[in-house]
Ligand binder design. Structure first.
Ligand SMILES: [Mg+2]
Length: 469
């Protein structure tokens, strides 16, 4: 689950000589180790991801260009690890509740382990969380803010482990189920062994899946054209009793319009298989607002119908307790002005989806995210966003399926919404190239899906072979 107040401090300042080149720059699945670990931390939802560099800093900087990290240069790295810990802590924002201290040499570390460390801290209130395998303590370690001053007082090559004994009453462990997650690259041989075991296989990802969250546009169809493998995909889900939710950030249409569209392609699904961002926003409101509250809708039929179906009353703009914004192509300045006034007077600001633009027949056009930006600029109030990659839509999909996150797979065609949303929830992810992104987008992105396929047809073929069909 997202751990928004937990930061990552990647301690990557040290020099190493065993590998012929800096360990930080060893190749890991097509990118330098330092970038791979930083991306894993970021995909886990850790924020900010601070990377402390020192030795050969001029070669590290280009390796991290374009990655969502905060680079800090430690000119005193030769004095030992404590100088990097100190520097890393000094740049963390006030709201940081805890930090996970990472090294570059644990390439098989998973975002789930990082998320689990943060969750353990949230559940126990412990100031130190240490992963263990068969009672052996490993890395990375999470430290709570209360210990930041102690960490800052460390000197020389003494790391955070020096505090374990003093704070043993405030330390909890987190047993891991796979020792490889804690394995470190200490020799070239070890590096080759770990690299060989690193490839995610269809067996390990697809084997445990019992529930699927599937994007629609670019996955099931493009425009009015069904995509290859559509019928086989639903046949496979039915045959293996895999539950599914069809989800979309598009809030302008109603679920029944999607059911009808699939019926035209010869696929029978029911209304409770479809969840769009408008419904997710309305359900979120239903769980958090007074029944029958007044809501000012800035959106089309998708938003209005979802709100009315949940028992809310629709305001004409003079007063409301909530403002719900969805994509609205017939929007006027007057409507935006009314929404801004209500938000400034304290109405809760909810947006269906953050997509700033989307492709239309005549080029990119503004999406709900552009309306969000307009209202946020006018009011200074950040909204609650229901759609991907924020968690609300996926949380509701999982709840409706009564599924467990570790047995749930996300299938999508966009890295920054479908896949990132899944990674942040700790779900397995499959990226298809049948939508708007292709293989050429992968190396440039810090978002790494577990598996990639050309389209549903090739996914189904791989899945059937895992199932032995
Ligand atoms: Mg899509």
């Amino acid at each position: 689950m997202p751990a928004s107040n937990t930061a990552a401090v990647l301690l990557a300042a040290g020099g190493s000589s065993r590998f012929g080149e800096p360990k930080q720059l060893l190749d890991w699945k097509g990118r330098p180790l330092i970038a791979h670990i930083a991306d894993t931390a970021w995909a886990a939802g850790l924020e900010p991801v601070v990377v402390v560099i020192g030795a050969e800093a001029d070669r590290m900087t280009p390796a991290l260009r374009g990655h969502p990290v905060q680079l800090v240069r430690n000119y005193r790295w030769r004095e030992g690890i404590s100088t990097s810990i100190n520097l890393g802590i000094s740049v963390l924002p006030q709201e940081t509740d805890s930090a996970i201290f990472l090294q570059v040499d644990q390439p098989l570390l998973t975002r789930r382990l990082l998320q689990a460390l943060a969750t353990r801290r949230a559940e126990t209130g412990a100031e130190v969380v240490v992963p263990t395998w068969q009672e052996q303590r490993g890395s990375p370690v999470l430290f709570g803010r209360a210990l930041f001053p102690e960490l800052a007082r460390l000197t020389g090559d003494t790391g955070g482990r020096a505090l374990f004994e003093t704070y043993r009453d405030r330390l909890v462990t987190l047993p891991v189920d796979d020792p490889l997650q804690l394995a470190d690259v200490d020799t070239p041989d070890r590096y080759e062994t770990l690299r060989a075991s690193a490839t995610a296989s269809p067996e390990t990802i697809l084997g445990p899946v019992r529930a699927v969250i599937c994007d629609m546009d670019g996955v099931l169809w493009r425009g009015e054209t069904p995509l290859p493998g559509l019928h086989d995909f639903f046949a496979l889900l039915t045959q293996h009793h895999i539950r599914y939710m069809l989800v979309t950030n598009n809030a302008s249409r109603t679920p029944s319009q999607y059911v009808e569209k699939l019926a035209r392609f010869g696929i029978d699904v029911t209304l409770d298989h479809v969840l769009n961002a408008a419904l997710a926003a309305a359900d979120y409101l239903k769980a958090h607002a007074d029944p029958g509250a007044w809501v000012y809708p800035v959106g089309e039929i998708g938003v209005r119908e979802a709100l009315l179906n949940r028992g809310f009353r629709l305001s004409a703009g003079e007063s409301a307790e909530h403002v719900v914004v969805g994509w609205a192509p017939s929007l006027t300045w007057q409507t935006l002005a009314a929404a801004a006034r209500l938000i400034q007077r304290g109405a809760q600001f909810i947006v269906t989806n953050p997509d700033r633009s989307f492709p239309a027949e005549d080029g990119l056009v503004p999406g709900a995210g552009a309306q969000l930006a307009f209202l946020q600029a006018a009011t200074g109030v950040p909204p609650i966003v229901a759609g991907k990659p924020e968690p609300i839509l996926y949380e509701q999909a999982i709840a409706r399926m009564e599924a467990a996150p570790h047995e749930t797979l996300v299938i999508g065609d966009r890295l920054d919404t479908d896949i990132l949303g899944g990674l942040r929830m700790g779900l397995s992810t499959v990226m298809l190239f049948s939508g708007i992104q292709g293989p050429e987008d992968l190396p440039k992105s810090p978002i790494h899906p577990d598996l990639v396929f050309d389209d549903l047809a090739t996914l189904v073929t791989a899945w059937r072979s895992v199932k032995g069909d």
